[in-house]
Design a protein around this ligand. Structure first.
Ligand code: NAP
Length: 257
């Protein structure tokens, strides 16, 4: 087992859902954590929870992951003692809409592609050269079963997660001659703000999980802690994780259905 104590971890999308739970779990394991996202107030809230429960070694960095200049400037603003990032959790991501392609708004495609693919790349590019120079590091991507399957209404979101899957595999090849590890956690249904963002409606979002027990952000956070704490010679490539009530993107058991 590797100790995570004292390592510096940067989590994108630490203001909600999986990213927030991962920040809490890593802080519990003794990591210093950099919390990133767009919503300052929500990041402050995550920070306060970390302070109340574990320690006050956190730093908040606000940027929109879609904006290349904003990402670059944000990393340049990092104080000297926060620059050596050991762990990158590339979690920030979203889906917009469940329309057929012919009925969709191309603006939604831009938002998903800019966030899930280009944003992930901008952050990776800001962190990776330092990891390579120091010859150490861990990168964990939040993929999805949408990176393994395509389902009705999923078209472009699934395309972005297939891209994340290819980027993760390519990165592992590029870093094969270094001790840097690249992993992906690819969940099925996790109840977070994800469906509300996707559907733009709280009630519709609630209905997504009707009659079944979805995964929680904490389930995913604990999986990430497992990946990171493996001995240095063990590189977990991908973990696909479903709720027990779900068997594939298309098959979900609902008790009242
Ligand atoms: P969530 O609760 O909606 O959280 C998404 C996080 O991403 C928020 O912290 C948000 O922060 C951040 N984010 C979104 N757009 C951003 C932008 N332009 N710039 C910076 N940060 C941005 O959703 P979640 O379920 O935790 O999703 C986390 C990851 O898991 C995503 O990559 C998602 O695709 C993946 N995933 C989710 C599920 C699921 O069922 N929930 C399943 C498989 C995979 P701000 O709004 O503060 O910027």
């Amino acid at each position: 087992m590797q100790k995570l104590d004292g390592k510096t971890a940067l989590i994108t999308g630490a203001s909600a859902g999986i990213g927030k739970e991962t920040a809490l779990a890593l802080a519990r394991e003794g990591c210093r954590v950099i919390l990133t996202g767009r919503r300052a107030e929500r990041l402050e809230k995550t920070g306060m929870q970390i302070k109340e429960m574990y320690h006050d070694d956190f730093y908040i960095l606000i940027f929109d992951i879609r904006n290349k200049e904003e990402v670059k400037n944000a990393f340049e603003r990092l104080p000297e003692n926060w620059r050596e990032i050991d762990i990158l959790i590339s979690n920030a991501g979203m889906a917009r809409g469940v329309n057929k392609m012919q009925d969709a708004n191309p603006k939604d495609w831009d938002e998903m592609i800019d966030t899930n693919i280009k944003g992930l790349l901008y952050v990776t590019y800001a962190v990776l050269p330092g990891m390579v120079k120091r010859n150490r590091g861990d990168i964990v991507h939040l993929g999805s079963i949408a990176g393994h399957e395509v389902y009705p209404g999923g078209n472009i979101y699934c395309a972005t997660k297939h891209a994340v899957n290819a980027i993760e595999k390519g990165l592992r090849i590029d870093l094969a001659d270094t001790p840097i590890r690249v992993s992906s956690v690819d969940p099925g249904m996790v109840e977070t703000e994800f469906s509300e963002v996707r559907l733009g409606d709280k009630e519709k979002a609630k209905a997504v999980y009707a009659g079944m027990t979805p995964l929680t952000g904490r389930d995913i956070a604990e999986t990430i802690v497992f990946i990171l704490s493996r001995p240095a010679h063990v590189q977990i490539a991908e973990i696909v994780i479903f709720p027990t009530d779900q068997a594939s993107a298309m098959v979900t058991h609902r008790r009242n259905a």
